[in-house]
Design a protein around this ligand. Structure first.
Ligand SMILES: [Zn+2]
Ligand SMILES: [Zn+2]
Length: 366
């Protein structure tokens, strides 16, 4: 025998088993034992949970169990091939939507358990881990972005971009909104071969939205970084023609008024570098909320737009490598330093170099 413990129980308006679809549509509550309150920390960051519960009203012994039953849809199924409550373990499993948490009480939909059902465990539902198919059948790995851009499906583009960026934030949303708009205007899509170029004039969150949505990245030489510190970017074709979008001067103030709680925690976490867990959680929650809300704004209320022509560098040259006479590592030709008829890397030669970091392009010395 295995022993287990209840962690809480279900509070539902159904005291008897009813149609599971009707039960799932209703909100129910899961009351977690107060001694496990801390175990619920950050559970709100999950949209869906898996709840394991116990069919306490079923009294049959396992030798009385029917192993084949007729299911809800009238089909004959083995009990392990359907969700009948009459099973040897008496365990029920439901994927529920978490509506809210108030201290030790979770409000959910999707739970088809009657009032008083003991709950044994709760886990986050991880659809991404199991449902995404990773099969490189397409020659264009960015194919899935095209309908999203054409249909202005900004939510999905933001979710994709956040995977690169690490968090949801309004800056990221702005990169997503502006890039999707500019791509639709130009009607060109990047295959990472430098025929579409993005020119970013600032190094902030917006640029990750630009990189993900346009496919122009630092590494495929399609993202040009101009160290201007302006909240602007251009999207141009190889001919240098395209669009430049600039965040409106009055945007920040309008945004701050619309999302005061985000503003407050931005100050605490980003400006004052608070790493208090509660602060971080509120900041991330508010930031995510504001990021998705921002997607509904009219692009004209965020950006000014104008047609531009930029002079564009040649396609990136593929260069031979040179070996550093001191460390023996390979250096892209043209980046070496010649000293006493030998080639050295800048590190060994103790020469200063350019570095792109959080403060833009700066001079770096070893
Ligand atoms: Zn960000
Ligand atoms: Zn070296």
């Amino acid at each position: 025998m295995i022993e287990t413990e209840n962690i809480g129980y279900v509070k539902s308006s159904f005291s008897e088993k009813a149609d599971p679809f009707i039960m799932r549509a209703e909100e129910s509550k899961i009351i977690i034992d107060k001694k496990y309150s801390q175990a619920l920390y950050d559970i709100e960051s999950n949209e869906h949970l898996e709840v394991i519960f116990y069919f306490h009203k079923n009294s049959q012994n396992s030798d009385e169990l029917q192993l084949k039953v007729t299911n809800y849809f009238g089909e004959e199924k083995g009990i392990f091939a359907c969700r009948t409550p009459f099973r040897p373990s008496r365990l029920g499993l439901a994927t529920v939507k978490l509506i809210k948490r108030e201290e030790n009480i979770l409000t959910v939909t999707g739970l088809d358990a009657i009032d008083g059902t003991p709950v044994l465990d709760i886990k986050p539902y991880m659809s991404d881990l199991f449902e995404k198919e990773y099969s490189p059948v397409e020659l264009n790995p960015r194919k899935r972005f095209i309908p999203l851009i054409k249909n202005n499906d900004l939510e999905k583009l933001l979710i994709e971009s956040a995977a690169l960026h690490g968090h949801y934030c309004p800056g990221l949303s702005m990169g997503v909104i502006g890039s999707a708009y500019a791509l639709r205007q130009l009607n060109v899509y990047s295959d990472g071969l430098e025929d579409l170029l993005a020119i970013a004039e600032i190094n902030n969150c917006m640029v990750d939205g630009i990189q993900m949505v346009t496919g122009c990245s630092i590494a495929n030489n399609s993202l040009i970084y101009r160290d201007l510190g302006k909240s602007s970017f251009s999207l141009v074709t190889r001919e240098g023609k395209g669009l430049r979008l600039t965040v409106r001067a009055d945007f920040r103030e309008k945004f701050g008024k619309e999302f005061p709680l985000f503003q407050k925690y931005f100050q605490k976490v980003v400006k004052e570098k608070s790493r208090d867990k509660e602060d971080l959680l509120i900041f991330k929650t508010e930031s995510k909320k504001a990021s998705f809300e921002l997607l509904k704004w009219d692009t004209d209320s965020i950006f000014t737009k104008k047609e531009v022509e930029h002079s564009i560098p040649e396609y990136a040259k593929i260069k031979e490598s040179v070996t550093c006479a001191q460390c023996g590592e390979q250096i892209m030709a043209g980046k070496e330093i010649e000293k006493e008829s030998s080639s050295f890397c800048r590190e060994c030669a103790k020469e200063e170099l350019h570095q792109l970091d959080g403060s833009g392009i700066s001079t770096f010395c070893y």
